[in-house]
Design a protein around this ligand. Structure first.
Ligand code: FES
Length: 355
């Protein structure tokens, strides 16, 4: 796996898929066509210097794969530095864009029945999955359960309605609203496990019919619905989640676990080059220390969610403050997240080139 890099892409079109959101479509230069091939459900990291600061944010791709489109949906966040900056962008502007990343992806090319559950801007990866499956798999079917405050805040409502019109028999759609009357009484309120129970109890969905479920939204909703689907009989490897933000503050690795008095040597291998630095694990993560030393490591969320900073421990030990994205097998194989890692040995070597 090549270390992901930023490329300068030109904005080809801009639209506003709801009040308070922006969708940016990028031109893909011929030479970068392979670099920007993506699996539905992946995201792009956008980068800009805003008020003199290097700001990166990840936004999921909402286009169908193999359609020649590369579009991301950006929900405006009050005081959100990148989302407010995005509103100032114009067609023809250039933006630094990292090659597509992420594992919240659906296999395409066979016959599937997928359950997609999204809240708010969590629709973006689900929309890419829905568009790709419906377009490329003529036998496949989908159920989309989408939670919003009201019709006005639904992102990509026109896209969803167009899919519903075109694929009436293959796309089953449920809207849940927290500040507007839903068509189905028990879908009033924020998306929750009781709604899933009710949809099953009324035979509107049957969880045993689905090959996989994809849940995307805020952490509390995502984890509640993941637990509900598992309780109702889906297997762990069938239920995929993508967090759009966490409500938990990171818990730094316990001071008892950290050794040394501040001068821990860390070697970072990236693009075949070994870089050495000294760091204080009580004060910084490896990523923060590497940035301070002027190293350009791949990262995006810096919050343990996106996995862009994934690397392998090849010598020494490290512990993570939080981990929302690495799977158990990756941790067992020695992978860690640089944005969350603090050395717990006198010397640590991390390899970003490791597969
Ligand atoms: S940068 Fe996102 S998990 Fe580390």
């Amino acid at each position: 796996m090549a270390v992901p890099k930023f490329h300068s892409l030109t904005i080809k079109s801009i639209r506003h898929p709801s009040n308070g959101s922006t969708a940016l479509q990028f031109e893909i230069p011929e030479g970068l066509a392979d670099t920007f091939l993506f699996d539905p459900g992946q995201y792009l990291t956008l980068r800009a210097t805003i008020d003199g600061e290097d700001i990166r944010r990840s936004y999921s791709i909402c286009s169908a794969r193999n359609a020649g489109d590369l579009e991301v949906g950006i929900k405006q966040v009050p005081d959100g530095r990148f989302s407010n900056f995005a509103r100032t962008l114009k067609i023809g502007d250039k933006v630094q864009v990292m090659s597509p990343q992420g594992r919240f992806t659906a296999p395409i090319g066979d016959r599937h029945n997928y359950l997609l559950i999204a809240a708010g801007s969590g629709i973006t990866p689900c929309l890419s999955i829905a568009k790709s499956v419906l377009k490329e798999e003529p036998q496949s079917t989908l159920t989309l359960i989408y939670g919003n405050r009201s019709t006005k805040t639904v992102m990509f409502l026109d896209d969803i309605n167009a899919l519903k019109d075109r694929y009436t028999e293959r796309l089953q759609m449920f809207h849940a609203f927290s500040r507007e009357q839903s068509d189905i009484a028990f879908l009033n309120g924020r998306l929750n496990s009781t709604m899933i129970d009710n949809l099953c109890a009324k035979n509107l969905i049957n969880l045993f019919d689905y090959d996989a479920a994809y849940i995307c939204g805020p952490q509390d909703m995502t984890e509640e619905l993941q637990a509900a689907l598992l309780d109702l009989g889906m297997e762990k490897d069938q239920v995929n989640i993508e967090l759009f933000g966490t409500h938990q503050s990171p818990k730094p690795v316990s001071a008892n676990t950290i050794i040394g008095n501040g001068n821990i040597g860390v070697d970072v291998i990236v693009d075949g080059k070994r870089n050495s630095l000294l760091m204080d694990p009580r004060e910084q993560t490896v990523l923060a220390a590497a940035q301070g030393a002027g190293l350009d490591l791949p990262f995006s969320c810096a919050g343990g969610m996106c996995c862009t900073c994934r690397c392998k421990i090849v010598e020494g030990k490290a512990a993570m403050d939080v981990n929302y994205s690495l799977q158990d097998w990756e941790i067992e194989a020695g992978f860690t997240l640089a944005c969350q890692s603090r050395p717990t040995s006198k010397h640590l070597v991390l390899d970003f080139d490791a597969k």
